[in-house]
Design a protein around this ligand. Structure first.
Ligand code: ADP
Ligand code: MG
Length: 597
């Protein structure tokens, strides 16, 4: 008997489960399904996104519904159109062998009459956003006075979005005897209020620690002054050339503005917020899904529908008003068993919020430093070198080779490499040459990057299957050092950095002096920069790491981003001229090979 059979699921569902390739129930499914199948009870379930909540309420609902009746028996309320469609799709898959079951999706921005006629044909389950649902009730297009089950999915998010009134309105149209199942990632006051008001003696289940975020996510904050927020964001992106991120802003206006600035500065960015048309949003999401956008700037509400599994970083450009929302944000990364990093750009006055968030996620933040010029240049240089190594030779180059060889005659290998790398590198070096340290002094952030610390370079990275967690484990295992002795592990695509206290430097270098793994030398060297901008201080020059003056030459230029290290060259082979700055997400595209994550 497999694990799903043990939960009490019927044949039709078990077959669908097998088709979908689910092997074991998730924790929330294991806890909720048997209870909901066996009793007619209310339930409050606390579980993070990505834990399989849809099946936790979907399986029991599908199994309990009387498919011989066309009456609407189950109502699922969900915060956004995207989630609504996602749930509907999932339910349809779950019920593929329940041939008479109909599921209807009810959401705004689409024809209400078409939706009404779908319900009329007999939908036993309705999945709806609160706004459209209320609308249809008031127009007499749905009848939910006889439902048996009502699910409030992502309840905290619905309330965050201001649906309290709509929800209470809708629920007041439902019978008292029904069962209400509330699913939420967090339990803020408003959610308990709804639970108290509409539920009787609910069974409570909690998955993982209450309100805690994914354990796969590392949380970091960067203390800067308010006017440096944007420069800080750019540096974080530059220090992570393979970033694939969601950047959160508080308002639609900021979201749009930051996205536009990033695009103008040559990043593969796009905006996602409620003022865009559905069509525009779909296009941005498509570009993001296909990795054409590396930095998706989004509002909290718009980001709810994002179901992309390989987001490497979440960046809180501003903290949310409600700190509970932070878990939703950071939950966009570290999904599907992968690890992720959630970064917060923060000013002194907001620092106290970090404590509150730590209590909710039950994890501590690392106080990190915005990378300084040397660190970014070093990263970009190594990145460039590995890009050269990995670049597939373009066959078109062949024909020009003799002439090119002529031009380059007399340069030996080392000279050639130096010059080649400099072509790209100088742009970074020049750009960052006169920029300031953006970090605000703070007592707590000195701890891990002070004088007694050594920063190392190691020639393995995410390409070799490492993330910060597994690389740290590897280093600890090899060196025999303690958990806290290896820190600031930053994994890039083909190389990484980490720190140890200076006391361990000799031992670490010794250990890795002739270290071979899988037939390959693992090389560890002291990184030339102190790491994390801990030293150096202000270098004067441009205010706030500005990018004014000669923006065209800055590496941020859209045609010359590191991603396309050699695209400039290739273009001239093609005889095409560089275009100006692109101003829409469409035009901005990744030029290098797709990242391996
Ligand atoms: P949540 O609502 O908690 O955010 P979902 O119900 O959307 O999570 O599930 C996330 C993904 O995991 C979906 O693609 C779903 O098909 C998949 N999934 C759900 N349950 C299982 C399971 N037991 N085994 C494997 N995959 C599952
Ligand atoms: Mg869900």
């Amino acid at each position: 008997m497999n694990k799903f059979e043990q939960l009490g699921l019927n044949e039709a569902l078990l077959n669908a489960v097998a088709d979908m390739g689910f092997e074991t129930p998730s924790e929330v499914q294991e806890k909720a399904i048997p209870v909901l199948l066996a009793q007619d009870t209310d339930m409050v379930a606390l579980a993070q996104t990505g834990t399989g909540k849809t099946a936790a309420f979907g399986f029991p609902m599908i199994q309990k519904i009387d498919v011989h009746s066309k009456r609407t028996q189950g109502l699922i309320l969900s915060p956004t159109r995207e989630l609504c469609l996602q749930i509907t799709q999932e339910l349809k898959q779950y019920s593929k062998y329940e041939h008479q079951l109909r599921v209807a999706a009810i959401y705004g921005g689409a024809s209400i009459t078409a939706q009404a006629s779908e319900i009329k044909r007999g939908a036993q389950i309705i999945v709806a956003t609160p706004g459209r649902m209320k609308d249809m009730i008031s127009r007499g297009m749905v009848d939910i006075t006889n439902i048996d089950y009502c699910v409030l999915d992502e309840a905290d998010e619905m309330l965050n979005m201001g649906f309290y009134e709509d929800i209470t309105d809708i629920l007041s149209n439902t019978p008292k005897e029904k069962s209400t199942w509330l699913f939420s990632a967090t339990m803020p006051k408003e959610v308990s209020r709804i639970a108290k008001k509409f539920m009787a003696d609910p069974v409570e289940i909690t998955v993982g620690t209450k309100n805690s975020g994914s354990q796969n996510v590392q949380h970091e904050y960067y203390l800067v002054s308010g006017r440096d927020r944007y420069s800080a964001l750019k540096r974080l992106a530059d220090a992570n050339p393979d970033i694939f991120s969601v950047v959160f802003c508080r308002t639609k206006r900021d979201t749009q503005k930051i996205a536009e600035k990033l695009i103008e500065d040559g990043y593969n960015a796009g905006a996602l917020h409620g003022d865009l048309s559905q069509n525009q949003r779909d296009m941005v999401m498509k570009a993001f899904r296909t990795n054409q956008i590396q930095m998706l700037v989004a509002t909290d509400v718009a980001a709810r529908g994002i179901d992309v599994d390989d987001v490497t970083h979440v960046i809180n450009y501003q903290l949310p008003d409600e700190i509970e929302t932070y878990t939703h944000r950071s939950g966009r990364t570290g999904r599907a068993g992968k690890s992720g990093i959630s970064m917060v750009i923060i000013t002194k006055s907001e620092l106290r919020k970090i404590k509150g968030i730590e209590r909710i996620i039950q994890q501590e933040f690392d106080a990190k430093k915005i990378p300084n010029a040397e660190e970014i240049c070093e990263i970009q240089l190594y990145h460039l070198a590995s890009k050269i190594k990995d670049t597939e030779v373009n066959a078109e180059v062949e024909g020009y080779l003799p002439a090119v060889m002529d031009v380059l005659e007399g340069l030996d290998r080392e000279d050639l490499i130096k010059r080649m790398v400099s072509v790209e590198f100088s742009r970074f070096a020049n750009y960052y040459n006169k920029t300031q340290d953006l970090n605000q002094p703070s007592a707590s952030s000195e701890a891990s990057s002070g004088e007694g610390s050594t920063r190392y370079f190691i020639n393995v990275g995410s390409k070799d299957g490492y993330d910060w967690k597994t690389l740290k484990d590897f280093l600890r295992e090899q060196t025999g050092l303690d958990r806290d002795d290896i820190y600031r592990v930053d994994v890039k695509e083909s190389f990484s950095f980490f720190n140890s206290d200076a006391a361990h430097t000799e031992a670490i270098l010794q250990l890795f002096s002739e270290f071979k793994m899988d037939g390959r030398f693992i090389n560890v060297e002291i990184s030339s920069n102190a790491g994390g901008g801990g030293r150096g201080g202000s270098r004067g020059g441009n205010r706030g790491g500005g990018f004014k003056g000669g923006r065209k030459r800055s590496f941020g230029d859209s045609d010359k981003r590191s991603k396309g290290a050699f695209s400039g060259k290739r273009r001239s082979f093609d005889g095409k001229k560089s275009k100006g700055h692109s101003t829409s997400a469409k035009k901005s595209h990744r030029k290098g090979p797709k990242p391996k994550w």
